[in-house]
Design a protein around this ligand. Sequence first.
Ligand SMILES: [Cu+2]
Length: 166
Amino acid sequence: MAQNIPPTDIRAPVFAALFIVSQLLFPSPTRADSPDEPASVNISQAWIRLVPPVARTTAAYGTLQNTGNSDLTLISVSSGLAEFTEMHATLEDHGMMKMRLQEQLSLPAQGELKFAPGGLHIMMKGLKQPLIPGQKVPLDFYFLGGGHITQLFEVSANGPAIQTMP
Ligand SMILES: [Cu+2]
């Protein structure tokens, strides 16, 4: 009975398949971020906690603001200062504060993502040199889809002065 199928019934799936192929070959130009473009993100209150020269681990803090109209997903942070840089969340578990690795963090359009003491932080492990107060260290932030941003973080004992205001 296959020879009795009207032509339109055969064409529809073919057109659907062609449409899907064209979407794969030519993705919509409104996609969030292309590999070579910096992400539309501002970082403020960017600092790294000063630790004694013998310490091999510290943490970086700052507020990321997404000034764009596309949701972003932060997938990694890196720095030449440390062997490993990870995104951590701080959680309370039976009265104990524990840190948990975050594979990715969302930064919604026109929204913000705060790394602050006691909460989310950027863990820097295996420091390659002793930290100096006032030293400026570049950190690279990478987003899903290829967007990235580099920001200087200042080494400080307690963070920027505004951090201590109520
Ligand atoms: Cu941590």
